[in-house]
Design a protein around this ligand. Structure first.
Ligand code: PMP
Length: 425
């Protein structure tokens, strides 16, 4: 029998999904294991909670009947006690202890906050719909939008995050061109954002929510507040989340995660949803996995109940604070002599954002990336973090991560970067 050659047919979504353009660049860099990577946003391997996790798992599985329950499937929205705990914490921190009509039903547990962001996109967006984002913003999120045929439009930013006047201008422009009804959401990372490390003031948060409400004349416009880095603060006081300024209670979607504050391998994320979104998002999730890993949810619940979580966060913060200081000190020493090279000091998170002279392209079209690899380090070219439309892509930028490397390696990585910049200047 002859074998007919058949055609591989991929779905439209698969064709839309470009993958992360950054992956190619990273695999180029990873061919040399001795390189100092200031690229990946991984967490500090040395402060991962190995012992605590071992003890908690042992404890969790000690009783046969409890172990059997935990090793079974759970519910789609996740362990009720962990959801209640997360809600209480939000109420204490952001709502002065006033729960109002918020309930733990509105908290959903997911496999990392990325899964929730994806479910939100699936739930709110049709192909061609628009999300307004900071320019630059978290590139995995804009990748998700591309993946489902939706559009990301970049709004101008300053030291306080997304600029309200620029947001207004984009709304106004989209109204003029007849696309107002296409806008489904504004996406922000209000704590130590990825990639710039910037935090929004409470006043700015309130303005963004107010703008979303005011432009929701026909279609409801949500504010997706991605709070992934909230716990990673190294200076200053915590700021209430956007939920604190969500007066109607149905505009803001808060997403959170234990990936940065505890361990990404556990991959427990959560969201606090407006009431009307709970069922549609759970319906999506029901068709994807009908519940995230149950064992991991129990692990996190027990970690919280045992009171070891806060102590762990303090330890993690101390470690990152040292690493951030190492990066900033190295930048002062090696980058400040270079004309036109500038960077910002974040108060938390995992990233330092740097800007180079306009003439230097940090991406694959420029020379710097390869020269830096030859010198022995690599970084994330900033251009990948700019939404496809809206504010212009700035190719002379880069994201430097300080989470993974030791302080000595961070210093060396920045020294090598300075040499590479000098080479191409
Ligand atoms: N949001 C932002 C801004 C992030 O940087 C990340 C991780 N890099 C996430 C969400 C997702 O983290 P996870 O899915 O592990 O919770």
């Amino acid at each position: 029998m002859s074998v007919l050659s058949s055609e591989l047919v991929l779905s439209q979504r698969s064709l839309w999904a470009e993958g992360q353009p950054i992956s190619d660049l990273m695999s180029r860099a990873l061919t040399n294991p001795d390189l100092i990577s200031l690229a990946a946003g991984f967490v500090d391997p040395t402060s991962l909670p190995v012992e605590v996790t071992r003890d908690v798992l042992h404890d969790l599985l000690a009783s046969d009947s409890e172990a059997r329950r935990i090793l079974q499937y759970g519910t789609t929205a996740g362990d009720p006690l962990l959801r209640e705990y997360l809600l209480e914490e939000l109420v204490e921190r952001d709502l002065d202890g006033q729960r109002g009509d918020l309930s733990a039903e509105q908290v959903v547990l997911t496999a990392g906050s990325n899964q929730l962001l994806h479910l939100i996109c699936e739930t709110l967006l049709n192909p061609g719909d628009i999300v307004l984002c900071a320019s630059p913003t978290y590139f995995v999120f804009t990748g998700m939008l591309t993946n489902i045929g939706a559009r990301s439009i970049g709004v101008a930013v300053d030291d306080d995050g997304i600029i309200p006047e620029s947001l207004e201008e984009h709304f106004e422009h989209l109204r003029r061109v007849g696309e107002l009804d296409r806008i489904a959401a504004i996406y922000v990372v209000p704590y130590f954002d990825n990639p710039r490390g910037v935090t929004m003031s409470l006043e700015r948060r309130a303005r963004v929510v107010e703008i979303a409400n005011r432009w929701s004349s026909r279609r409801k416009i949500h504010v997706i507040s991605d709070d992934a880095y909230r716990e990673l603060r190294y200076a200053g006081e915590d700021i209430p989340s956007m939920k604190a300024v969500d007066e109607t209670g149905d505009t803001v979607i808060v997403t959170g995660t234990f990936s940065k504050s505890y361990a990404p391998g556990v991959r427990v994320g959560w969201g606090v949803l407006p009431r009307g979104l709970v069922e549609p998002i759970c319906n999506q999730k029901g068709n994807v996995d009908f519940g995230s890993p149950h064992l991991n949810q129990h692990l996190m619940r027990r970690v919280l109940e045992m009171g070891v979580y806060r102590a762990h966060i303090e330890q993690v913060r101390a470690s990152y604070r040292r690493k951030l200081e190492a990066m900033l000190a190295a930048a002062d020493e090696f980058l400040s002599p270079l004309a036109g090279v500038d960077w910002r000091r974040p108060n938390g998170g995992l990233y330092v954002w740097a800007e180079l002279p306009e003439s230097i392209d940090t991406g694959p079209a420029g020379r710097l990336f390869d020269v830096a690899i030859q010198r022995g380090m690599f970084y994330v070219p900033g251009q990948y973090a700019f939404p496809a439309e809206g504010e212009p892509v700035r190719r002379n930028t880069m994201r430097l991560s300080f989470g993974v490397q030791t302080p000595d390696n961070i210093r060396e990585g920045i020294r090598l970067l300075a040499e590479a910049i000098r080479d191409v200047m």
